[in-house]
Write a protein that binds this ligand. Structure first.
Ligand code: ACO
Length: 460
């Protein structure tokens, strides 16, 4: 059973000073407390403090305008710390480098959720529970078989995770710690099974059931790759590499998909539906879909000699962006990218260096020495090398983001539960600044409001 109420660090925001704001319209001065979280946490003022700033009593009051949440903290969180300028990433205080080197993925999943590393008996129970729940209802197989042979596995996974909500209607009881726990265990346990089934369907291969004698990662590889052998034995270099990649991808604070899980979860929907929203957000090419796009970009470049021309096209805006470069938060080297690059070296020792890796290395070198990328602080992100590793492990390109989703489920669930336990959180509902027409009268431009479409116009 999980520990849902860890004592942990003090999560209250501390008052550090005050901010005086003078409204030039009224010449009135208002005061807002400057708040800080954690030992090295960021400072902020409460956006709601601005609401008191008005020119007349009936007015709504001042809001902040922040498209894409460039400078808005939507929550307090004790899970993941990032210092984007220094290239630091920690889960619950532990540096990502140490976790990647020494921990297992399930140990990290426990840590993310509970705030502390598990004891041996906690870990044994956690591994047992997750292993015990790896099977999915047989109807899920029929459901997945309904997809076309060329369906993108991320759209299959998104639908399958959402469909799981219908198999566990009791998961709606999100305020019941028992129900919350079993839903979290089920999601972590079944995501690899669903992901592997998506893969097998696209490949036209029979589904392989979980093997509960294997570790989390090895079992996943078995469900993906096993053919006629009676017992699957994974390549230890690949098993270790995937364990590390899962740890690196397990959480990354308030990114697009995590914010989607929190926002959808804030409506108090069940966690299967909230996590399906996370999978949908991750699918996008500017987020988790970037690892797939990196490989497609490398294929398009075709030869190391074409790298310089490609970089020129990126800079002039003629071509696409350099995929796998840049990050909203990291304005120096992404610490995960450093680890992934080392990992790539180890995996390539096994499978051999190839032209695509040569192109990637040349791209990285060209970009890191180019004023355009230096001045914009664009460095390789985690996705730059992961695609190359996945491909060398024989995963098809459109499966890369699925691997990311399996790992990120640990973070989504920890963040979802943290949100539910946060008394300050309510249903997410941003404001807008309306810039459309003022009121105007309706006068139709139609002459026939119900045109006939015709019986022969239906298309599948
Ligand atoms: N290639 C070329 N130019 C870039 C790139 C890139 N990869 N990324 C940003 N820029 C440029 C922009 O054109 C812009 O230039 P300008 O100031 O001359 O207009 C400047 O850098 C700032 O870019 P923004 O889009 O404002 O930066 P933002 O923080 O919004 O974007 C993002 C971050 C989406 C990750 C962006 O860097 C990008 O599109 N990268 C490529 C996709 C990618 O690798 N995504 C994975 C992110 S990691 C993850 O999700 C796991």
């Amino acid at each position: 059973m999980s520990n849902t109420g860890s004592t942990g660090p003090n999560t209250e925001l501390r008052e550090m000073g005050t901010l005086d704001i003078t409204d030039s319209r009224t010449k009135k001065t208002y005061q807002s407390k400057i708040l800080q979280g954690g030992v090295e946490g960021d400072t902020a003022v409460r956006a709601m403090d601005l609401r008191q700033i008005k020119t007349a009593p009936g007015e709504f009051g001042l809001m902040t305008y922040d498209p894409a949440f460039m400078n808005t903290a939507s929550c307090k969180s004790a899970i993941t710390f990032i210092d984007g300028d220094k290239g630091i990433l920690r889960y619950r205080g532990y540096p990502i480098e140490q976790l990647a080197e020494k921990a297992t993925f399930l140990e990290v999943a426990w840590l993310l959720r509970n705030g502390e590393l598990p004891t041996q008996s906690e870990y044994d129970g956690w591994v047992h529970d997750i292993t015990y729940h790896t099977y999915v209802h047989e109807n899920i197989k029929t459901f997945l078989q309904g997809f076309r042979y060329d369906a993108h596995p991320m759209s299959m996974l998104c639908s399958a995770v959402a469909a799981m909500s219908s198999f566990y209607p009791e998961a709606k009881a999100i305020h019941d710690p028992e129900q919350r726990n079993i839903s979290i265990v089920r999601l972590l346990a079944k995501l690899p099974t669903l992901a592997a089934f998506c893969y097998r369907h696209v490949k036209g291969l029979p589904f392989i059931y979980p093997d509960n004698d294997l570790s989390y990662v090895e079992n996943f590889l078995s469900m993906v790759a096993r053919m006629s052998e009676s017992k699957y034995e994974g390549n230890p270099v690949f098993v270790k590499a995937l364990e590390i990649l899962f740890i690196l991808h397990a959480d990354h604070e308030q990114n697009c998909s995590t914010s989607a899980v929190r926002a959808v979860g804030s409506s108090q929907v069940d966690p299967f539906s909230a996590v399906a929203a996370g999978v949908a957000a991750l699918y996008g090419p500017l987020h988790g879909g970037a690892n797939e796009q990196v490989l497609r970009m490398i294929k398009e470049i075709e030869h190391p000699n074409n790298v310089a021309g490609f970089i020129d096209d990126v800079k002039s805006g003629k071509g696409a962006r350099l995929m796998g470069f840049g990050h909203r938060v990291y304005k120096s080297y992404d610490p995960r990218a450093k680890i992934v690059k080392q990992l790539a070296d180890e995996v390539f020792k096994q499978v051999g260096m190839d032209k695509d890796l040569e192109i990637a290395l040349k791209l990285e070198e060209a970009a890191l020495n180019d004023e355009y990328f230096i001045s914009r602080k664009l460095y390789p992100n985690v996705d730059f090398y992961t695609g190359l590793i996945y491909r060398s492990m024989a995963f098809p390109t459109d499966f890369f983001t699925v691997l990311f989703a399996v790992a990120r489920t640990a973070g989504w669930l920890a963040q979802w539960e943290e949100m539910l336990n946060d008394k300050e959180q309510k249903i997410a509902r941003p404001r807008q600044i309306y810039v459309g027409y003022g009121e105007r009268g309706y006068s139709t431009k139609l002459t026939n409001p119900f045109p006939k479409v015709g019986k022969d116009s239906a298309r599948p």
